[in-house]
Design a protein around this ligand. Sequence first.
Ligand SMILES: [Zn+2]
Ligand SMILES: [Zn+2]
Length: 150
Amino acid sequence: MDNKDLQSLTEEISIKDFHKPFVHQAFFNKRLKTTGGRYDLQTHNIEINEKHFQMYGISEVEGIIKHELCHYHLHIEGKGYKHRDQDFRELLKEVKAPRFCRSVKAKSSVQLVHEYRCSACQQTYMRRRRMNTDKYVCGKCRGKLIKIDS
Ligand SMILES: [Zn+2]
Ligand SMILES: [Zn+2]
């Protein structure tokens, strides 16, 4: 998927879901760090984070485009285009767009692990789920485990 594909996909979604044309530019921006997309108030262009496409695929990008198109159309029509605006929230719901431009970081934090350390022998343990430190002790020395907050 290149900028040309992204442009035509954005135009398609705009017609299909918003029944209005998208007449500006949509392109991948490699410099976007964590946000999935960005709508530029000055140029009216939509920028999409290429990492999101590489990591999560086309359906994720479609969601981001919808979200940015909500900003786009409302802004151009002089309506409430900001996240907290009523117009924006209603349009998001109407076109079933994600509430936020999901960040790369936010997604990876879902896989965050809980880390524990034995207070006696310093052995560390990584667990996907939270552990009850009253119930579980160190497997090596049976010492008390302490949760390490990163
Ligand atoms: Zn947004
Ligand atoms: Zn221990």
